[in-house]
Design a protein around this ligand. Structure first.
Ligand SMILES: NC(=O)C1=CN([C@@H]2O[C@H](COP(=O)(O)OP(=O)(O)OC[C@H]3O[C@@H](n4cnc5c(N)ncnc54)[C@H](O)[C@@H]3O)[C@@H](O)[C@H]2O)C=CC1
Ligand SMILES: CC(=O)C(=O)O
Ligand SMILES: [K+]
Ligand SMILES: [Mn+2]
Length: 353
């Protein structure tokens, strides 16, 4: 029996609706697999936790998380209670940084039965490799003066190590796929970091003779995600560019509610963290209509990461059979609730046993 210890952090908003749904699905996965078991430990870290304790997680929070095999997180953020930069940097980004989860992988492809808003989506199947530890998400900077003379400065950080790591990850991934990497740049407008980004990309590319490459400015690339997403295989992007591109990737799939993601610790020193692309969706909290598929597909990425690709493939296939039969939430045109979609996935999984 393979045993995995999972730290579960539902977080805020619909995180508390979709994490229990995906956890129930994972329990069923372990039942039908027979040789796989999960032990979940839930942590209450969230904006409500902040109101009570003045911090998003306790001082030894990371210490408590570090020995788990994986972290399974929903979403963080409730701007009515805590400012978004405080909540994200106090929990989500803190874990990404301290646990050296330097790569964020975010696939986007057409799922059976889900209508893309694109008139002619073709069959796109792409993965964005987002640099997850530096770039535009940086604490370096500050504010001086007040009033009409006020100045704010935010520095971008691009290290050779971090940039190269993301690029090598993308090239290695492309080697196992369609052998094409696109670099998301903006070296026409950003005069220091982006020409550096291009240089590192060209350097790394010379080590991968069988991989084709191209480089697109982020503005044009964002448009190409809409007009011809089927032309992409792997895209490597900085932290912010990757963040934005993957919401577009989610949108062209049909909804941000179905898009999965994985924050990968590549050096094996700390657990990786699995959380979908979407946030806490304050506009639909408590309505019972949050799409659980983003969190469930994220669970599939966690299974893949644990070396359980076979059952992961079964899980995604079952999800697609459910979407194909139109048993879906309102964000993708259905009438069903979170619970109904989840129960249908669970019962079809059981039928595969
Ligand atoms: N990784 C994380 O934990 C993230 C957290 N956030 C936080 O979440 C809060 C809300 O941010 P927004 O910018 O509104 O982004 P969001 O992703 O939460 O919501 C954007 C839109 O997508 C819809 N949506 C998102 N997930 C859905 C799902 N599973 N099913 C159906 N519809 C879904 C929402 O209802 C909303 O209309 C903020 O506090 C923000 O900081 C935002 C993005 C990522
Ligand atoms: C914060 C955010 O939007 C993301 O990491 O995707
Ligand atoms: K999330
Ligand atoms: Mn985002």
């Amino acid at each position: 029996m393979k045993k995995f210890k999972i730290a579960s952090i539902p977080g805020d908003g619909i995180g508390t609706e979709v994490v229990p749904a995906a956890t129930a699905v994972l329990k069923t996965v372990s039942e039908i697999h027979g040789g796989l078991s999960f032990e979940f430990t839930e942590f209450p870290y969230s904006c409500e936790y902040y109101l009570e304790h003045g911090v998003m997680m306790p001082e030894d929070g990371l210490e408590r998380l570090k020995d788990f095999d994986s972290i399974f997180l929903g979403a963080v953020g409730n701007s009515k209670l805590v400012s978004d930069h405080t909540s994200l940097w106090g929990l989500l980004i803190k874990i990404r940084r301290e646990f050296e989860q330097q790569i964020n992988i975010r696939p986007a492809k057409v799922l059976r039965g889900i209508k893309s808003p694109l008139v002619n989506p073709k069959d796109f199947d792409l993965i964005v490799v987002r640099e997850n530890s530096e770039g535009e998400y940086s604490e370096v900077g500050g504010r001086i003066l007040r009033g009409e003379d006020e100045i704010s400065i935010q520095n971008n950080i691009f290290s050779r190590k971090g940039t190269e790591r993301a690029m090598r990850y993308a090239f290695d991934l492309a080697s196992k796929r369609n052998k094409h990497v696109t670099s998301a740049t903006k070296s026409n407008g950003i005069v220091h970091t982006m020409p550096f980004w291009d240089e590192v990309f060209n350097d790394v590319a010379t080590d991968y003779a069988d991989i084709q490459t191209d480089s697109q400015h982020i503005d044009a690339l964002a448009a190409f995600f809409v007009t011809r997403p089927n032309k992409f295989d792997v895209i490597v992007a900085s932290n912010l560019f990757g963040d934005i591109l993957t919401d577009i990737g989610a949108a062209i799939m049909g909804s941000v509610g179905i898009a999965p993601a994985a924050n990968i610790n590549v050096n094996g020193k700390y657990p990786s963290m699995f959380e979908p692309v979407h946030g806490s969706a304050p506009d639909i909290i408590g309505k019972g209509i949050a799409n659980p598929i983003g969190q469930i597909w994220t669970a599939k990425m966690m299974l893949d990461h644990m070396g359980e690709e076979e059952i992961g493939t079964v899980l995604l296939d079952v999800v697609e059979s459910v979407t194909n039969d139109g048993i879906v939430t309102p964000d993708i045109g259905g009438k069903h609730t979170t619970t109904e979609v989840t129960e249908e996935i669970i019962s079809r999984l059981k039928a595969r046993a």
